[in-house]
Write a protein that binds this ligand. Structure first.
Ligand SMILES: [Zn+2]
Length: 656
């Protein structure tokens, strides 16, 4: 059975409350709880059964009921919210449970060095092994929740498993023929532990409740969940920009997650920094940006908060959230059932397990270049359908096995274009290009680094006529099979070593080399340097221009053209049933003003923004939503042109 669409305006209400805090829930009033949520226009609130401390916040047959809980809290929350039409998915902490870790230290994960994960003297959570008998307890506790409450959904948190070497994991690895001494084997076993947990729990849950939402949270959504995707009812993209995820994480991740066929939401927090920031209130423009970005990417919205131990919602928090959720509510009619309209895609390094973080540096570099130039794009893996993309970007480290090379060949044969850089296009197990269509042969590592690039005429637009330093070492290649050099490598006098160096930094360019920096064919462009990661690290505008100039060869007629600055984000969403395309313009500017945080304090409006959108058919009208202000629209050559008089943070231009 297909679950209901997700609620648009959600709260994730953390409640990890020390067992030493008295008077838990003493100020809780079901009536005030609901009224506060309603006034803030919240229509779903995720409430707690069991927290990281292992405490349970309702009557239970287990010995983990919070010792100072003064009300049957979850029951009252569920009943009161349901009476008011507010959904209550139920939270169960899985990977962290201090109560159980204390009673059963043998259930705590053990590292390969024999240490327990998490230390009692460091005020740090201990991580339970999800292959230990602890899982039986979580299973039984989940069943109690399902039997006790009208359950809209289950949110299982901390779905992580380290390379555990506890006795159950060692035994399990031996049973599966894995070698506990080999890191890759320990990782493979840990992945299997998580998959088995999800499959087992989903089956147990579905045996008694076919409809409730199920989500497994690990703080990130990536291709590794594919084999057990059917155990998820939807996806929640936890991403607190100020809490370690950064402002690039959600927009990049959702461009992958939204193509997995499930409803999805973006989850930020109301905190200045991260979870459990009591007495913290994010600046309203930042909260607006984070919530409207979800809408602009086709997601629903969830804001994280933490309930005070006394059970009373903080009025100021809901004043803040309400000020944004009222605006979200007004925008929803133009956001429901909207699908992204895209023209190109970045291949996700996570699909090959070669990412260097939650925001991979190379994918992040490609993302920033495309975002700032207002292209419409997704992040894809090998299993997705590429036929709707005109160009596929393989950033820096997409090595190709036979299947992936075959799929790329088919994609190119069907008229697709490919832009690759650095190691992308090489075989996984040897340094040899396996996609001959790229027109390059590998000679070896670049002999100099840093070296320099001089753009040929086709890539030169906007680039100062000079040699430009490339900070990161590239590959030495030659163009073959009729491919051409689009840019050339210049060599310095020498590499900077103890034997010879020049001045403070890298050695200057001496002469043009015989090697291409960029190679082009009719359907492909190859960059010999790790252009995308270099750009993400150093922000050299020339790198971006080289890429965008190459892209223009293949996409001379992008979906969106605008004179908005690089700080503006533009996304196109299609509501097929309403027969309309909605262009979202976002203009909020996160700044690194302070040591520990990126912040947004002001909304800086843009005026008279020219916006041209390529559409299938001439629109009857264009207007600003939700205001309804008509915009004069001109139509020619398949493009609708409007001028947006003002973008104050977020504007939606509707072509109907
Ligand atoms: Zn274990």
């Amino acid at each position: 059975m297909k679950p209901l669409p997700l609620a648009f305006r959600q709260i994730h209400l953390d409640f990890h409350t020390s067992e030493q805090i008295p008077g838990v829930g003493r100020r809780f009033s079901a009536e005030r709880f609901v009224r506060t949520l309603q006034e803030a226009r919240v229509n779903s609130v995720t409430c707690f059964s069991k927290c990281h401390h292992g405490m349970i916040y309702h009557d239970t047959r287990f010995d983990a009921r919070h010792p100072y809980l003064e009300v049957n809290l979850l029951k009252e929350q569920v009943e009161a919210c349901h009476a008011a039409g507010i959904r209550v998915p139920i939270y169960i902490s899985v990977g962290l449970d201090e109560h159980m870790a204390r009673q059963h230290p043998e259930w705590v994960e053990v590292t390969a060095e024999g240490k327990l994960r998490g230390a009692p003297l460091q005020a740090a959570w201990r991580k339970l092994c999800l292959n230990s008998p602890y899982v039986e307890y979580v299973s039984e506790q989940t069943q109690e929740v399902l039997s006790m409450f009208e359950t809209d959904g289950l949110f299982f948190d901390i779905i992580h498993q380290g390379q555990c070497c506890c006795r159950w994991c060692i035994a399990g690895m031996r049973e599966e023929g894995l070698n506990p001494e080999v890191e890759a084997d320990r990782q493979a076993f840990a992945r299997g532990v998580l998959a088995r947990l999800k499959l087992r729990f989903a089956e147990e849950i579905r045996a008694v409740n076919q409809e409730c939402l199920i989500f497994w949270n690990s703080g990130h959504v990536e291709p590794g969940i594919r084999p057990v995707l059917h155990t998820y009812s939807h996806l929640e993209l936890e991403s607190l920009p100020s809490g370690g995820w950064g402002y690039d994480h959600f927009p990049l991740t959702v461009r992958y997650a939204r193509n997995l066929g499930l409803d999805h939401l973006g989850m930020t927090g109301k905190f200045q920094k991260t979870w459990a920031g009591f007495g913290e209130f994010k600046n309203q423009p930042a909260l607006e940006y984070e919530c409207f970005t979800s809408l602009a990417e086709g997601s629903k919205v969830s804001v994280g908060d933490q309930l005070h131990p006394d059970g009373e919602l903080t009025a100021a928090t809901y004043q803040l959230i309400g000020s944004v959720y009222r605006q979200v509510e007004a925008r929803e009619p133009w956001c429901a059932d909207a699908l992204a309209v895209t023209e190109l895609a970045i291949f996700n390094p996570e699909a090959l397990g070669v990412q260097d973080g939650r925001v991979d540096t190379s994918a992040g570099g490609a993302y920033r270049m495309l975002l700032e130039a207002h292209y419409q794009f997704d992040l894809v893996d090998a299993e997705m359908d590429w036929s709707r993309y005109r160009v596929l970007v393989l950033p820096d480290k997409i090595r190709l096995d036979a299947a992936l090379a075959g799929k790329l060949r088919e994609y190119l044969a069907a008229g697709g274009k490919v832009i690759a850089s650095h190691e992308s296009g090489l075989a996984p197990d040897r340094d040899e290009f396996v996609l001959e269509e790229l027109g390059v042969r590998l000679l070896g590592e670049a002999r100099y680094s840093p070296d320099f690039v001089a753009a040929g005429s086709e890539l030169a637009e906007g680039v100062l006529p000079s040699e430009h330093v490339m900070y990161d070492r590239g590959l030495e290649v030659e163009a073959v099979g009729g491919a051409r050099a689009l840019a050339e490598v210049w060599h310095p006098y020498f590499n900077r070593t103890w034997e010879h160096f020049c001045s403070h930094r890298h050695t200057p360019a001496e002469k043009r080399s015989d090697f291409p920096a960029v190679v082009g064919t009719e359907n492909t462009v190859y960059f010999a340097h790790p252009l995308f990661a270099s750009h993400m690290r150093s922000g050299v505008r020339t790198y971006k221009l080289l890429f965008l100039n190459a892209l223009r060869r293949f996409l001379p007629d992008p979906l969106v053209e605008t004179d908005a600055p690089t700080t503006a984000h533009v996304t196109l969403m299609r509501q097929e049933q309403e027969g309309r395309t909605v262009a979202h313009l976002l203009h909020y500017i996160p700044e690194q003003r302070y040591r520990e945080i990126q912040t947004i304090e002001d909304v800086i409006p843009l005026y008279n923004v020219a916006l041209t959108v390529r559409l299938q058919a001439e629109p009857r009208r264009a207007y600003l939503a939700p205001e309804g202000t008509e915009l004069p629209v001109t139509w020619s050559g398949g493009q609708a042109r409007v001028t947006v008089p003002e973008v104050r943070g977020h504007a939606m231009v509707v072509f109907e």
